[in-house]
Design a protein around this ligand. Structure first.
Ligand code: MIC
Ligand code: SF4
Length: 640
């Protein structure tokens, strides 16, 4: 039986298990990436493993999230990451060099390699034919140390692309259409593999836009084959030696199939407050726009920026609109500066930001109260922009630029004739902001600023687990709800005691106080609990506050792994209606917890209501041992 692309890469990297959907497998990781807002924790955890030098083919530490430096905290974290990277064999991408996923695609992505990154949009690398997966910091730390990465073998979905995009329709519309059809839960436990005649009509950066936002489907990852266009891209990056061809065998088998006719797509938009809340742009055309933000790891490539420059050229941004643009990397920015496109943007009135995540993670540029903000980003969760009342719409760069000129949500086709942007034959290559590791790492001293606090460690599971329900939340709670990130909180990513004061506060402002007063307890959640980012802080802050288990209707993949890695039980309601029976401050009890964890079915007693609920702990034996030991670090130590 033939293999598809994902199976081929997994087969080359599998060290344990079998490629049977749902079964646990362990794969070897070739490359890792971290960014600064998850990186400090990942490197503290790597240090705790006591390994001198990374064992991967390549590991890169990027600084792109926390770049505002409104106090010493961010700069202290940068220095810690720079020195710890130099010591342990890790390349360091300085602030200003660009967004991790964009730079990784340009300078390090290798078709056929595996990449594990402490960021949920790591699957961007699937655009170049990598098996690129987002994970929590601890999993990445273990991978840097040469440890394998464990996942349940996902189902592989064939996304059969037919036809060709019409003028003005973009890669963003492709992934928004999939989100419209499949929702933010539709990709859980799945890899989306793109194939069909439409593939060869999409450039590598367009493919990367699609694989990037596959994260919003909840997918494990997304991947394109590696073909002539991949070769052209790598050659233009001066890296043709990294090319290998990768395509599915003719008789490859897939678990599921989706068909998408590119020629049928129209410009579409994700409305507040979820990336799957998608409608045609024509439905929104009277909505006035206050802010337009262009950039992020989804849409900040050279071609995207050139399109925007061309739309803005010779025009002026509407007087009521603030337009900000953050090119994705120094390479992109430098090329725009050289060819005059940057001048066209500036002349039109765009505010040019550093090549970094910026407004995407609320690091500046929060919109005004009740404002409408159009963003080419990937997430529009409530409050993520830093303004709770803002209404954020996710759009293509074409819609964004057109709307910045008119002041209302605009179908770009109404504005002007279409045009072509050529992919460059040669990108501008200058890696002078990438610092290589030291040859003799033992001589490097790691600098730790006062903001870097030890991370909380879980304890072995007690046989009687008891406590109160501290909060009860609804469906699709994101990690932005659990551990909010904005310009005020991001500087404290290496300070869990401080961050824990804000844990879950967007949903329940008294949660930290209740947790402290009751000495920890339980969280009750709806379905897809913990969707969104990979931030381990969404597990570490609850751990610090004494959370023992989360009872939910279902969990998002990375967050569930982060809970287990930190010794917190992710329990799923066997009978969904039991969710309705529980109230905040009910007293729960799990007896014989150690034995029950082993069985995978856990009886939770509600002492306040005199009821019992059956909860499922649908995790592997290895993960059960982890829960019993009190997390991955404790288990690794016990095994050494
Ligand atoms: C995000 O887009 O939510 C982030 C910020 O990049 C996160 C990582 C983090 O919280 O530091 C992610 O996607 O994993
Ligand atoms: Fe950065 Fe936004 Fe991409 Fe996250 S989604 S990596 S914050 S640009």
């Amino acid at each position: 039986m033939g293999l598809n692309v994902a199976q081929k890469i997994i087969k080359n990297h599998i060290v344990k298990g079998e490629m049977v959907a749902g079964q646990e497998i362990a794969i070897k990781i070739d490359q890792t990436l971290t960014q600064d807002s998850t990186g400090t924790m990942a490197y503290l955890q790597f240090e705790a493993l006591g390994i001198d030098k990374v064992k991967t083919k390549r590991s890169v530490a990027y600084i792109d999230h926390n770049i505002l430096q409104s106090g010493p905290e961010n700069a202290d974290d940068h220095l810690y990451i720079q020195t710890v990277a130099k010591k342990h064999g890790i390349y360091f991408s300085k602030p200003g060099n660009g967004i991790c996923h964009q730079v990784n695609l340009e300078r390090f992505g290798v078709p056929g390699d595996t990449l594990l990154g402490s960021d949920s949009h790591t699957p961007t690398g699937g655009g170049i034919g990598m098996l690129a997966i987002g994970a929590g910091g601890l999993d990445v730390a273990v991978a840097m140390g040469g440890g394998e990465y464990y996942i349940n073998m996902p189902k592989i979905v064939k996304v059969n692309l037919k036809g060709k995009l019409k003028e003005w329709i973009s890669a963003k519309d492709i992934i928004l259409e999939l989100l419209r059809r499949l929702t933010v839960k539709g990709g859980v436990g799945r890899i989306f593999e793109y194939c069909g005649e439409g593939v060869k009509t999409l450039s590598v950066p367009q493919r990367a836009t699609i694989t990037n936002m596959g994260a919003e489907l909840g997918a494990t990852t997304s991947i394109f084959p590696s073909d002539e266009l991949t070769y052209e891209f790598l050659k233009a990056q001066g890296r043709e030696e990294d090319f290998i061809e990768l395509k599915a065998d003719d008789d490859a088998v897939y678990d599921e199939e989706v068909e998408l006719d590119l020629s049928q797509l129209e410009p579409i938009v994700a409305c507040p407050h979820s990336p799957d809340n998608v409608v045609a742009v024509s439905f929104l055309k009277d909505i006035k726009v206050d802010q337009v933000c262009i950039g992020s790891c989804t849409n900040s490539s050279y071609a995207d920026m050139m399109k925007v420059a061309k739309i803005l050229e010779g025009k002026t941004v509407n007087e009521k609109v603030s337009l900000v643009i953050a090119p994705g990397s120094k390479q992109v920015l430098n090329m725009l500066a050289k060819n005059g496109a940057l001048a066209a943007m500036i002349a039109a009135g765009a505010r040019i930001l550093e090549s970094a995540c910026g407004p995407c993670i609320g690091m500046g540029q929060s919109p005004a109260t009740d404002a409408v903000s159009l963003r080419t980003f990937n997430r529009n969760f409530e409050g993520r922009s830093g303004t709770t009342s803002a209404k954020v719409y996710i759009v293509s760069p074409e819609i964004a630029a057109a709307s910045a000129l008119t002041g209302y949500i605009t179908d770009p086709r109404e504005l002007r004739e279409a045009f072509d942007i050529e992919m460059p034959k040669d990108f501008l290559i200058n890696d002078n902001l990438i610092v290589p590791p030291a040859a003799d790492g033992e001589k490097v001293e790691v600098v730790r600023g006062p903001n870097i606090k030890p991370f909380p460690k879980a304890k072995a599971l007690e046989n009687e687990v008891t406590g109160k329900v501290l909060t009860k939340v609804g469906d699709n709670i994101t990690t932005d709800h659990i551990m909010p990130s904005n310009a005020k909180l991001l500087p404290y990513r290496s300070n869990i005691p401080y961050l824990s004061e804000y844990c879950l506060t967007p949903s329940d402002k008294d949660f930290p106080r209740k947790a402290k007063e009751n000495n920890g307890g339980f969280i009750v959640g709806g379905s897809n609990y913990g969707q969104g980012s990979s931030r381990e802080h969404a597990a570490l802050a609850p751990l610090y506050l004494g959370i023992k288990a989360v009872l939910a209707k279902s969990f998002a993949r990375i967050h569930m792994a982060n809970l287990i890695n930190n010794g917190i039980m992710p329990l799923v309601f066997k009978n969904l209606e039991d969710y309705d029976k529980i109230d905040i401050l009910d007293e729960l009890l799990i007896e014989n917890a150690v034995e029950q964890v082993g069985t995978g079915v856990i009886i939770v007693r509600n002492k306040s209501k005199n009821e019992e609920y059956q909860m499922i702990l649908n995790i592997t034996d290895r993960q059960k041992d982890m829960i019993k030991a009190g997390g991955l670090l404790n288990m690794s130590k016990a095994n050494n």
